[in-house]
Ligand binder design. Sequence first.
Ligand code: UD1
Length: 431
Amino acid sequence: MIVYSINLEVIFLEKLVINGPTRLAGDVIISGAKNAAVAILPATLLINGICTIENLPNISDVQISCQILEKLGAKITWISKNSITIDTTDVCHNKAPITMTSKFRASYYLIGSLLGRCKNAEVGLPGGCNLGARPIDQHIKGFEALGATVSVSNGKIQATTNKLVGTSIYLDMVSVGATINIMLAAVLADGTTIIDNAAKEPHIVDVANFLNTMGADIRGAGTDVIKINGVKELKGNATYSVVPDQIEAGTFMLAAVASKGDIVIKNCITKHLECLTAKIIEMGANVEEDGDIIHVWCDKRPKKTNVKTLPYPGFPTDLQPQLGVTLSIADGTSIINESIWESRFQYTEELNKMGAKITAQGKTAFFEGVSNLSGAPVYATDLRAGAALIIAGIIANGKTELYNLEHIDRGYENIEEKFRNLGASITRIEE
Ligand code: UD1
């Protein structure tokens, strides 16, 4: 007799209910940078000892990164909700299963770290936001140049070597992921590695600073030539604080402009936001900087503008959807050209459900500014799209219900609380 068993599970669907419009006003404190944290955590695998990491954003990508490290043998102690000590002395595993790696993109940094530590890595394919094709050929080219053999099959990437030897690597395109991954693999290699045409994003500098604090010898991070002199060992035994999140700060700057609000953004590095600051001033907003504080206010409808996303110090692709919402209610027609990802305009269909008039064609979108958005049920198509749709809900007339919150929780700490403190009517509801 065959017995069939049926598992009945109750699935809770979470949504954000936002009632607008609200003119945002008040202070917000920026958390540690997601993109730096998710690279620094796997980088701890290169250490043979203990280190402390502070200012970690409390987001699901960080939680999953910690779970993977524990599975590999690291001992993690949470000192507070944003600080950990991590002891990697006993790490002995070199396999990270796809069930964990598929949850986020940055899991591919485990390849560079495990290759550096164990000379052998078996890492499930990464997941993350669906922004179009996300090849990793430049990462593989770098590992092979350092002396590894790399293969991709059955949902996993396998990289092995007897010895990694420093060399010169020229990246065919500016890639944040490849720059960091090659840097990780090169830290314990024999001799000197040079990465030419490297990406210059703030979180690359942060990962290099972290590794140098732990005993590495990396020079030139933040320029397009990075030189890594291989060292025998990283001893750790130090404390490092993650840099503030450039993209979170930019999200609140754009929320101030879109809502014709007045926001004081604390704990940010103003230099990282220069490109956005210039753009929002062009759109008619006011910006005042004071140390690690940016004050943004806007008392009129923003003006149209045109933007092309580019590697740092150009306009970040991760602020494109938040800018898109702002342009959807600007005076005139604006154009955004997305030069990094091929499918990063999915959010425009959601915004059009709210009354926006956006036409997206391939990597270009035209934003014919409307005077008001109106609330509607919408779906976060990816992480930054989710943040953009929260801003849309806040400035729209009436009720917006936003679904697919798991994308947003991957990258923003306490986002609804932060917006609530600025006056937004926003509640998380379980259905
Ligand atoms: C990119 C962004 C980063 C952002 C992240 C998530 C840039 C330069 N990078 O980083 O700011 O936080 O998306 O939105 O803006 N590529 C290849 N082969 C490779 C690696 C990359 O062809 O091996 C291409 C990609 O298809 C893409 C471009 O290079 O068109 C940049 O990719 P990369 O910087 O590696 O992506 P992320 O690290 O995810």
